[in-house]
Write a protein that binds this ligand. Sequence first.
Ligand SMILES: C/C1=C2N=C(/C=C3N=C(/C(C)=C4\N[C@@](C)([C@@H]5N=C1[C@](C)(CCC(=O)O)[C@H]5CC(=O)O)[C@@](C)(CC(=O)O)[C@@H]4CCC(=O)O)[C@@](C)(CC(=O)O)[C@@H]\3CCC(=O)O)C(C)(C)[C@@H]/2CCC(=O)O
Length: 209
Amino acid sequence: MPYLYETDGAVIYRQSFATIRAEADLARFSPEEEIVAVRMIHASGMVGLERHIEFTPGMARAARAALESGAPILCDARMVSEGITRVRLPADNAVICTLNAEGVVDLAREMGNTRSAAALELWRPHLAGAVVAIGNAPTALFHLLNMLEDPACPRPAAIIGCPVGFIGAAESKAALMAAAPSPALTVRGRLGGSAITVAAINALASRTE
Ligand SMILES: C/C1=C2N=C(/C=C3N=C(/C(C)=C4\N[C@@](C)([C@@H]5N=C1[C@](C)(CCC(=O)O)[C@H]5CC(=O)O)[C@@](C)(CC(=O)O)[C@@H]4CCC(=O)O)[C@@](C)(CC(=O)O)[C@@H]\3CCC(=O)O)C(C)(C)[C@@H]/2CCC(=O)O
């Protein structure tokens, strides 16, 4: 007896989003934010995630406008950069991950930091007006915040800072929302991760659900 299951991708998405909207408490989000929150919950399979999602005012609009005007997307990990659905991007935006670029291993050794943090030094020429997507590494988010302490460092248009884990994740995200050097989106606490971060980018990239 073969297993019977839903095989239409569009139907699966539609039913998932309807389930999330029926079960999650999305009332505090603006319409632009709600679409992003729904997709983040979808990627995590976790109704309740919405309680930990926080936008600075106007972040969703700023990020969407930046993407529509062609901003590059700067990602901390390949798991983030590979997850971005290219056909959703409104301006064939460049998706950049420098984690495996030449010299990053040596730079990390010199800096006494992780590869994830060192890789951000290669973002400097792309940072002005970019959309940042940090979904894995707390050290990358901390290093970005330290870079942006320098007023001469170019500002990104928006920062999605959702690193996951037990060491530095909650702290780096609290620091992001306290400093808010650019419009920012986070998931407070230990929760986060590449999939949730990718989902936020994919939601912001397209006006279609
Ligand atoms: C301490 C690190 C953490 N990694 C986590 C979770 C996951 N990481 C995966 C993978 C495949 C990668 N993690 C690296 C980014 C690697 N992870 C680290 C570092 C040691 C330090 C980062 C930090 O603390 O800020 C980091 C290496 C570095 O020197 O920067 C990765 C580059 C390691 C590697 O393969 O070389 C790699 C990312 C590859 C890529 O996508 O480009 C996991 C899939 C776990 C696994 O290895 O099986 C998982 C993915 C989670 C996600 O959703 O992204 C934590 C939990 C974030 C942790 C930092 C916090 C902590 O509490 O420990």
